[in-house]
Design a binder for this molecule. Structure first.
Ligand SMILES: NC(=O)C1=CN([C@@H]2O[C@H](COP(=O)(O)OP(=O)(O)OC[C@H]3O[C@@H](n4cnc5c(N)ncnc54)[C@H](OP(=O)(O)O)[C@@H]3O)[C@@H](O)[C@H]2O)C=CC1
Ligand SMILES: CC(C)(CO)C(=O)C(=O)O
Length: 321
């Protein structure tokens, strides 16, 4: 089996590197300066304990495919459709992304779709370099068929392959339940990106999560419980410092820091806004975070550019509207 990692950035680069170290055939798909560096110098994987350069094949677009290829999609959600467009629809696709919208988007064109719940803090400190901040495992990955559990053996095989080196893979029958739980966590991404690490951040994040829990409950959507998540916490897949690498924040923070011009908020806070609208529930906190994060990305503002009081006032105005 060959793993083709589409969007070999922070998450895709780590997964590709760990699979490659585990002895699997891997092809990284990247673009721009990151692709040029991967092609020229190989992928440098830095962890809290080690730094290793890996000579993993890379391409900057689609290649002739084989029957035993598996596509691991690791772009931001807003890039899902464009990134998959050139690839043949008969290949299995694993959505190694946050949010809960990608699998359904992908299922429109691809028949064999798998979700992956990604607990894996990482970043691209410079082109060609991936910093994987958790240790001793770089991450924990729950994987399962979407929309329903079909025991075709592939999820179990992928979980085994991931577990060979530096990652914990788990095949599960209910991957979206895990992804909804992770979505609750990622509602803090936009707030962190907008505010930076100010003392008022946890309170804003908790308000966004409380709003989301009410929406999920109303919609009858189950998500993994904190008790179930204990195994994830047990593997300590939270970010640790790496000497010489500054990890300012999570993936949305990184989008602003890079001046990427887009951010994933429509698929994180925006998912709660969408469900709130479908079920007639107000979601002013998530709505404000979604809108303001998009504006900050569009205007290429750096992380932490919004004062807490400004955000609180915008949320209050939205709540009163
Ligand atoms: N970073 C983290 O710690 C974590 C991230 N996640 C989730 O994982 C997913 C990926 O995030 P992350 O790894 O941070 O994102 P990154 O931006 O680091 O990596 C995504 C990569 O995909 C590239 N890309 C986008 N479109 C294409 C395309 N059409 N062809 C080739 N390459 C493409 C991007 O290039 P370019 O920069 O040019 O756009 C970028 O290099 C997101 O859903 C995120 O929420 C989950 C857990 C932790
Ligand atoms: C949980 C967290 C913050 C881990 O890095 C993440 O999922 C992200 O950065 O998007």
């Amino acid at each position: 089996m060959r793993y083709i990692v589409i969007g070999a950035g922070a998450v895709g680069g780590t997964i590709g590197a760990r699979l490659f170290q585990g002895g699997h055939e891997v092809l990284l798909i990247a673009r721009g300066a990151h692709y040029e560096a991967l092609k020229r110098d190989g992928l440098r994987l830095i962890t809290p304990e080690s730094s290793e350069t890996l000579d993993i094949p890379a391409a900057d677009g689609p290649v002739p495919t084989r029957d035993d290829d598996v596509l691991i999609l690791a772009t931001k959600s807003q890039d899902t459709i464009a990134a998959l467009d050139p690839w043949p629809a008969d290949l299995p696709v694993v959505c190694a992304q946050n949010g809960v919208a990608n699998e359904r988007m992908v299922l429109r064109r691809f028949e064999h779709v798998y979700g992956m719940c990604v607990w894996l803090p990482a970043q691209i400190p410079q082109p060609g370099v991936i910093a994987a901040h958790a240790h001793p495992y770089s991450g924990m990955l729950h994987v399962g068929r979407y929309p329903q559990a079909v025991d075709d053996g592939l999820a179990a095989r992928i979980a085994d392959d991931l577990s060979k080196r530096g990652l914990v893979g788990r095949a599960v029958p209910d991957v979206m339940r895990w992804k909804y739980a992770k979505l609750l966590g990622n509602l803090g991404n936009a707030a962190e990106a907008l505010l930076g690490h100010v003392p008022g951040l946890p309170e804003v994040v908790e308000r966004a999560r409380a709003e989301a829990r009410a929406v999920l409950e109303h919609a009858g959507i189950a998500y993994a419980t904190p008790e179930e998540e204990a195994e994830v916490r047990g593997h300590k897949v939270d970010a640790r410092p790496i000497e010489g690498v500054d990890r300012g924040g999570g993936s949305s923070w990184q989008s602003l820091a890079r001046g990427a011009g887009s951010i994933e908020a429509d698929y994180l806070n925006g998912e709660i806004v969408l469900m709130g609208r479908e079920h007639g529930l107000p979601t002013p906190v998530n709505e404000t975070l979604r809108r303001e994060a998009n504006r900050a990305a569009r205007e290429k503002l750096p992380p932490g550019s919004m004062p807490l009081e400004t955000l609180q006032a915008l949320i209050a105005a939205r709540s009163a509207a």
